[in-house]
Write a protein that binds this ligand. Structure first.
Ligand code: NAP
Length: 633
């Protein structure tokens, strides 16, 4: 639905808070608004402001450009009359916002009453009235015979418990499931969605413990809530959707597609998400994999392909995965040189030969007897060692279920997760800052720039080459610095004299020095890696940063390290979020177009990444027959 002049909206609780903000935002688009509230003074004031704004669009119209109707939403007759009045005045109903809500007047654990003036009242206003208004809005929209959108105000405390006010939490949780169950109305042109903001600075939130609000990252700007509401109203694909908005994480749909897959049993939905031709899942007697036989950062010299017998005895808690795509990482060469194993060279050498590769996606080919939650054919991702193989047996607890076994999903693993978790945890990224990303057109850089943009930051990105610069511009980067045509240091000094607040740095060496000098007071520089050091002639020598302590002390800066392996507890959650952003079109995933087919192409792929020519994520198709099947579709 396009928000345009001449539409009409009905808003309960429109005299204050989110209801008021939406009424004023609609007025700015020339939309007629009926404000329904118990507070006459505030309600009339909002209606007056809406009318004033609306005059700019409808200077000649005789009908009232806004109505205020004093009405208690728990009184079904009065509410029905209010809807009737709206229909008579505007000839239809396009948008209904059910925003009226209260916190429980007496804390549940102190309540000695029968609940009539406390928790029962909360249930009547927050839940029963929402159901009633939804019912009446559906009737009104059907009566007018035009499409409509109903937006119920849930709350983040309907998604997880709110210990201070369990009744509030319960009513909001119920509103969410009520709304999510109304998807079938879409067939009649009526979309019902629910918006779940965390804390917004309204009268309602003034009753919440301020320490808790601080811990959640502070109040959400009202603008974010309005943007979220507008998305649910304008996007025709959104029906029965629940949008969760937090200061910490921005806008996210709940549940994620991954969570949905755990309970959806509708066969047509199931089929849609697996609409690829499944490869042959027969288990062969042997398979090929890449092993490291000599410790060196030269991946070609370090590795070889070996053929291994496949054990048919799947351990009870294990699954066998047929690998379709494996991801190539800058650190493959660190792994082959033994850097990922602690201990002295002799101890590391005693582990040889060991399996190479960090990440892959594929399909489950066999399950152990004790594995009950995974089935043959399920698409999965793995982030365990041994990804450069045709098959891999792993404990089922290490399996990450995914929607599709695609190259884009491989990119979301090490590369995407590093950006997502590092920016949240190490960089503590908020909005309104300047974020600099180096090697930004690479595997992980492409995610970092987009996540920083989505969080509302200004993004500066470095890369080497025109093709990469074009990709970064298409991803929304505000200032791309192609170091092949511009001097990074000079650009940063001239255009960002105050410095940069967050730096996602993965090149190391001279680039690290340039970045540190460009860091603002209180800035945070996150050491993601140092790819420029990985392949030196004599291997990687530790750096010596003279004066580092003095520098960061003088400007209250932080230089923080980040290593994905230490955040395994957050992988599934962040992967779901990335996939959600990707499937809703908010996140693009760039996979380098150069094709690497079969285990035999892995070495070439690793060398290609280190040549500096790759754009986006480098992926190897381990089973080329699967790739051909896909191409034919
Ligand atoms: P990538 O960014 O796709 O790597 C390729 C890009 O790096 C190249 O296109 C080039 O970009 C730059 N590059 C390559 N060789 C270089 C060299 N010798 N000197 C300067 N720049 C060079 O690779 P990735 O796998 O996503 O890894 C990127 C970085 O993130 C690496 O440092 C890696 O170790 C790190 N990483 C860290 C973690 C963690 O947990 N900390 C996890 C994943 C990755 P431009 O020339 O366009 O700059």
């Amino acid at each position: 639905m396009e928000l345009k002049p001449g539409l009409s909206a009905f808003i309960t609780g429109g005299a204050s808070g989110i209801g008021k903000a939406l009424a004023l935002a609609f007025a700015k688009r020339g939309i007629f608004v009926t404000v329904v509230d118990t507070s006459e003074v505030h309600g009339k004031e909002v209606s007056f402001l809406v009318e004033k704004e609306n005059r700019k669009f409808h200077s000649d119209l005789k009908l009232p450009l806004s109505l205020f109707i004093r009405c208690d939403v728990t009184n079904t007759r009065d509410v029905a009359a209010a809807f009737e009045k709206h229909l008579q005045t505007y000839g239809g109903l396009d948008i209904c916002i059910n925003s009226a809500g209260i916190a429980t007047p007496i804390p549940f654990y102190k309540d000695k009453t029968d609940g009539e003036v406390s928790w029962r009242k909360t249930v009547r206003i927050n839940l029963i009235a929402v159901i009633d208004c939804t019912r009446l809005a559906i009737q009104a929209m059907r009566h007018a015979g035009k499409p409509g959108v109903i937006l119920n105000l849930g709350s983040a405390s309907g998604l997880y418990p709110m210990y201070d006010d369990p009744i509030y939490s319960a009513t909001k949780g119920a509103v969410i499931l009520f709304t999510r169950s109304l998807v079938p109305y879409k067939r009649q042109g009526i979309r019902v969605n629910v918006l779940c903001p965390e804390f917004v600075e309204t009268e309602l939130a003034s009753k919440v413990n301020s320490k808790f609000i601080e811990l959640s990252g502070g109040f959400l700007p009202m603008e974010m809530v309005v943007n979220g509401a507008f998305e649910l109203i304008t996007d025709e694909t959104k029906a029965g959707k629940c949008l969760w908005i937090t200061k910490r994480r921005g806008m996210e749909y709940w549940p994620t597609p991954m969570e949905e897959r755990k309970y959806l049993i509708n066969p047509s939905t199931y089929k849609r998400s697996f609409s690829y031709t499944k490869p042959n899942l027969e288990i062969p007697e042997s398979f090929e994999k890449i092993v490291v036989h000599t410790l060196t950062h030269n991946f070609r010299n370090a590795t070889k392909i070996v053929r291994t017998q496949l054990s048919f005895a799947i351990k009870p808690q294990h699954v066998l995965v047929k690998i379709l795509y494996a991801g190539v990482n800058a650190s493959d060469v660190n792994f082959s040189s033994g850097r990922y194993y602690r201990g002295n060279d002799k101890e590391t050498a005693s582990r040889l030969p060991f399996d190479a590769g960090f990440e892959a996606v594929g399909l489950i080919a066999a399950v152990g007897d004790s594995v009950k939650d995974l089935r043959i054919g399920t698409p999965v991702a793995l982030m365990t060692f041994g990804g450069y193989a045709e098959f891999l047996m792993v404990p089922s607890k290490h399996i990450l279920p995914v929607a599709r076994p695609d190259p884009e999903v491989v990119a979301m693993l090490t590369s995407g997760l590093t950006a997502s978790i590092a920016l949240e945890k190490a960089a503590q990224m908020e909005s309104g800052k300047i974020v600099l990303v180096t090697a930004a057109a690479g595997g992980t850089g492409q995610f970092a720039v987009q996540l920083a943009k989505l969080a509302g930051n200004k993004v500066v990105a470095t890369c080497g080459g025109e093709e990469k610069a074009a990709l970064l511009k298409s991803l929304g980067v505000d200032r791309v610095i192609d170091y092949k045509s511009e001097n990074i240091k000079a650009v940063l000094k001239k255009e960002f004299p105050r410095g940069v607040d967050i730096i996602y740095e993965s090149v190391g060496g001279e680039m690290f020095d340039v970045c540190l000098n460009a860091l603002a007071v209180y800035g945070r520089l996150i050491v993601i890696g140092m790819i420029s050091k990985y392949q030196g002639e004599h291997g990687w020598k530790p750096s010596n940063y003279t004066g580092l302590c003095e520098k960061i002390l003088g400007k209250s800066q932080t230089v923080a390290g980040f290593f994905l392996v230490q955040y395994a507890n957050l992988w599934q959650q962040h992967l779901d979020r990335l996939y959600d952003l990707f499937s809703s079109g908010k996140l693009k995933v760039s996979v380098d177009p150069k094709q690497f087919l079969g285990i035999g192409s892995v070495v070439e792929a690793v060398e290609y990444l280190h040549s500096g020519k790759s754009v986006g994520k480098v992926v190897v198709c381990i089973d080329p027959t699967f790739n051909q099947q896909q191409a034919k579709l």
